[in-house]
Design a protein around this ligand. Structure first.
Ligand code: NAD
Length: 500
């Protein structure tokens, strides 16, 4: 018996009518549990129309009205952490504690949105000229769309809509069709918090829905998070259609370990950051660069820790790592490990054949942890974003060689350095070409009031997401120059000179 997931348009569930459905599987069993409606062009148009109608009043609502609703939503979200985490586990497969962490990081952005009053104060200069004042204000852009990936079905939408609606926009979310249910739970909580109908809408779908959002004349801005090829496509297409766009792409995140680092701490960090969420994180560490003579010892320490990780269903509290999102993705991840030896890698751990033994879980999308050493930069396992539990270790003689290797990557999302040398860490912060840098922190995801974003092929567009960049992305600047003459000034006169 499968359940059906429908759209959320104009404040209520709207049944899918396109006749197209996508399967949603429980990754721990491989069973199709749900069918998700895939929107037609007309259904996307209905969502845009609802958002446009709602913008007429929401765009003019007071800050107090908006923040009252956001504070209520924050309380509801807090009370529903477990319920949302359960939906994530059932469709994504990650372990429950990790799903709770995802909700907590999303909640951080709701916190920022609750304080939007302070962020939107604008700027005022008085008496810039005689009796002339200048004010800079920011206004909403209108109807905005968010297109999100499967790996954070609650957090990534929350990187977007809390700020978008706090700043007066109305929002259409097109979540991943692989795990669509958390977004509907969020829609229900927003409605319960008192959000007016049409301010937040969800359309499920595939390329048909995305393409319609990219071309619809009433959509002013598009936020995207997903893989690099699609991010590039979204940026090109939405820009060509005159829209503001931020498109965050994929990654290959390096961790540089210098010879003076605490190797136990570095190994702990590498294992946590490489294999957490089965490597399905855009900020996962997927390449460790060992500098100097520490390589063998570091690999040994990583191996010892990786061998102890307990793999199992996400709803088993003893599991540390769950299955992958689909069987197709699992097979693709395994293929990198199968090809590694022929490409010159030393296969230290091969988890490609792992399967979980629990009854009813035989068809789950299982894979174990893999560790590849002495990986040449020519290997596919190094060049591609694998997005699975496969960690590559590369060797470098010096800091400079390690840095050059990292900077040669086409990706530039996150990176980290492990060292006890403050001077080296400082150099690295300035010299590395990546948008987010950790110093003895393996996954440097910025807190909600800073902005998240990569460089190079990890982000297309000018704005990082959330934080101040998020507020700027969802608002347009306007500068108002005002003169109120004083009766004592007497009559004005014509002056053809350039205004000073
Ligand atoms: P994806 O690019 O396949 O899908 C993302 C979204 O785009 C989904 O909503 C999907 O329906 C839509 N989409 C897919 N193909 C499309 C097409 N041809 N035309 C139009 N729309 C299309 O990504 P995914 O597999 O869901 O997520 C994993 C990827 O996301 C990884 O590459 C990961 O690094 C990246 N990611 C990046 C960040 C970041 O902040 N940079 C964060 C999370 C995930």
């Amino acid at each position: 018996m499968t359940k059906s997931v429908h759209h959320w348009i104009g404040g209520k569930t709207v049944e899918g009518t396109s006749g197209n459905w996508g399967p949603v599987t429980d990754p721990a069993t491989g069973a199709v549990t749900t069918q998700v409606a895939l929107a037609s062009v007309e259904e996307v148009d209905a969502a845009v129309a609802a958002a446009k109608d709602a913008f007429a009043t929401w765009g003019n609502s007071s800050l107090a009205q908006r923040t009252t609703i956001l504070f209520k939503f924050r309380a509801l979200l807090d009370a529903n952490r477990d319920a949302i985490a359960e939906l994530i586990v059932a469709e994504h497969g990650k372990v429950h504690s990790d799903a709770l962490g995802e909700v907590a990081r999303g909640l951080e952005i709701v916190d920022l949105a609750c304080g939007i009053t302070t962020q939107l104060k604008g700027e005022l200069s008085t008496q810039v000229s005689n009796r002339v004042d200048v004010a800079s204000i920011r206004q909403p852009v209108g109807v905005v769309a968010g297109i999100t990936p499967f790996n954070f079905p609650a957090m990534v939408p929350m990187w977007m809509f809390p700020i978008a609606i706090a700043t007066g926009n109305t929002f259409i979310l097109k979540p991943s069709e692989k795990d669509p249910s958390p977004s509907l739970k969020i829609a229900e909580l927003l409605a319960e918090a008192g959000l007016p109908d049409g301010v937040f809408n969800v359309v499920h779908g595939d390329k048909v829905a995305v393409d319609r959002l990219l071309e619809h004349p009433d959509v002013s801005a598009v936020s995207f998070v997903g893989s690099t090829p699609i991010a590039r496509y979204i940026h090109t297409t939405a820009s060509a259609n005159g829209k503001r766009v931020q498109a965050l792409g994929g990654a290959k995140n390096h961790m540089l370990v210098l010879p003076d680092a605490d190797l136990d701490a570095a190994a702990d960090a590498a294992v946590s950051a490489a294999y957490g969420s089965a490597g399905e994180r855009c900020m996962a560490i997927s390449a460790v660069v060992a500098v100097g003579a520490i390589g063998d010892e570091l690999v040994q320490k990583i191996r010892e820790r990786a061998e102890k990780i307990k793999i199992g269903p996400g709803n088993d509290p003893t599991s540390e790592m769950g299955p992958l999102i689909t069987a197709v993705h699992r097979d693709k991840v395994a293929s990198y490990v199968h090809g590694a030896a022929d490409e010159g890698c030393e296969v230290v751990l091969d988890g490609s054949a792992y399967t979980y033994e629990g009854a009813g879980h035989e068809n789950g999308h299982w894979i174990g942890l893999s560790l590849l050493d002495h990986v040449p930069t020519s290997a596919k396992a190094y060049q591609d974003e694998i997005f699975g539990p496969v960690l590559c270790v590369l060797r470098a003689e010096t800091y400079e060689e390690g840095l050059a290797l990292i900077n040669a990557s086409p990706f530039g999302n996150g990176t980290a350095i492990f060292t006890r040398d403050g001077g080296a860490a400082r150099r690295f912060q300035l010299e590395v070409q990546a948008g987010m840098v950790g110093v003895n922190v393996p996954i440097p995801v910025p807190v909600g009031y800073h902005s998240f974003g990569g460089w190079k092929d990890s982000l297309f567009g000018d704005h990082h997401i959330y934080g101040n960049d998020g507020i700027h992305f969802y608002t347009r600047g306007k500068v108002v120059t005002t003169r109120w003459p004083d009766p004592a000034d007497g009559p004005t006169g014509v002056d053809l000179g350039f205004p000073r």
